[in-house]
Write a protein that binds this ligand. Structure first.
Ligand code: 5GP
Length: 208
C-alpha cells in the first residue's frame, strides 16, 4: 500500500504572480505533483481551454456543485466563483500523488480548516518589508495613497501568519526552486513518514 499524497496549497495576495509561478512549476523538471484544475464562473480568456485552465461553468452549475457537496473550497472573487472540485483532489491523493492547488486566500483558509496536514505556502511580493520606505522615497504617491497601500500590505502580512511558508516571488525560477525545496523537505517530516516506520518496526522480528 502506498502513502497518501500531500496536498500543497499555493496562495497569496492578488497580483503577486501565483499563476505565473504555478505555470513555471508545471514546466520545470520537477513534475512530481498533479495540478488540480479549478472551476470558475468567469468568462474564458483568449487562449484558455476548458478543462485545462479551468472548468468554465455557469453560476447555476457552480451553485449546484456547492449544493451537492462537490467543492473542497470556493470563494467569490471579483463577482465570480472560483473553487476546487473535491473528487479529483481526493482520488489523486489516494493514488499517492501530491496535488497542487493555486487559490486565493479565502479559499486557502477553508482548506486549512478541512485539511490541517496540507502544506500552506504564501507567495509574497519582494518589496513587502520596504514598501512604505520605498513609496515615500519614490515620491510619486501622496500620503493617503501610501497609507492605503501600506495598510493593504499589513493585511497581507497578517494573512501570512496562517501559512507554513513564505516564499518571495522576486524571480520566478527562484520562487519555483524554493517551493520545490519545501515540497521535498515536507515529505521528510517525521509526522508524514511515521506510519511507514511504525509498520516497519512491527514487521521486524528480532531473533536472538
Ligand atoms: P484569474 O481570474 O486571474 O484566473 O484568477 C483570479 C484569482 O482566483 C487568482 O487569485 C487565483 O489564484 C484564484 N483562484 C483560481 N482558482 C481558484 C480556486 O479554485 N479557488 C479559489 N479560492 N481561488 C482560485
Amino acid at each position: 500500500m502506498h502513502e497518501r499524497g500531500m496536498l500543497i496549497v499555493l496562495s497569496g495576495p492578488s497580483g503577486v504572480g501565483k499563476g505565473t509561478v504555478r505555470q513555471a512549476m508545471m514546466n520545470s523538471g520537477y513534475r512530481d505533483f498533479k495540478y488540480s484544475v479549478s472551476m470558475t464562473t468567469r468568462k474564458m480568456r483568449p487562449g484558455e481551454v476548458d478543462g485545462v485552465d479551468y472548468y468554465f461553468r455557469t453560476r447555476e452549475q457552480f451553485e449546484q456543485e456547492i449544493a451537492d457537496g462537490g467543492m473542497l473550497e470556493y470563494a467569490q472573487y471579483v463577482d465570480n466563483y472560483y473553487g476546487t472540485p473535491l473528487k479529483y483532489v481526493n482520488q489523486t491523493l489516494d493514488e499517492g500523488k501530491d496535488v497542487l492547488l493555486e487559490i486565493e486566500v479565502n479559499g486557502a483558509m477553508q482548506v486549512r480548516a478541512k485539511c490541517p496536514d496540507a502544506v500552506f505556502i504564501f507567495l509574497t511580493p519582494p518589496d513587502l518589508g520596504e514598501l512604505k520606505h520605498r513609496l515615500e522615497g519614490r515620491g510619486t504617491d501622496d500620503e493617503a495613497t501610501i497609507i492605503k497601500r501600506v495598510r493593504k500590505a499589513v493585511g497581507e502580512v497578517k494573512m501570512m501568519s496562517n501559512y507554513d511558508y513564505a516564499v518571495v516571488n522576486d524571480k520566478v525560477p527562484l520562487a519555483v526552486e524554493r517551493i520545490e525545496n519545501i515540497i521535498k523537505s515536507e515529505h521528510l517530516r517525521v509526522t508524514r513518514v511515521m506510519d511507514r516506520y511504525t509498520n516497519m518496526l512491527e514487521h521486524t522480528k528480532l531473533s536472538d
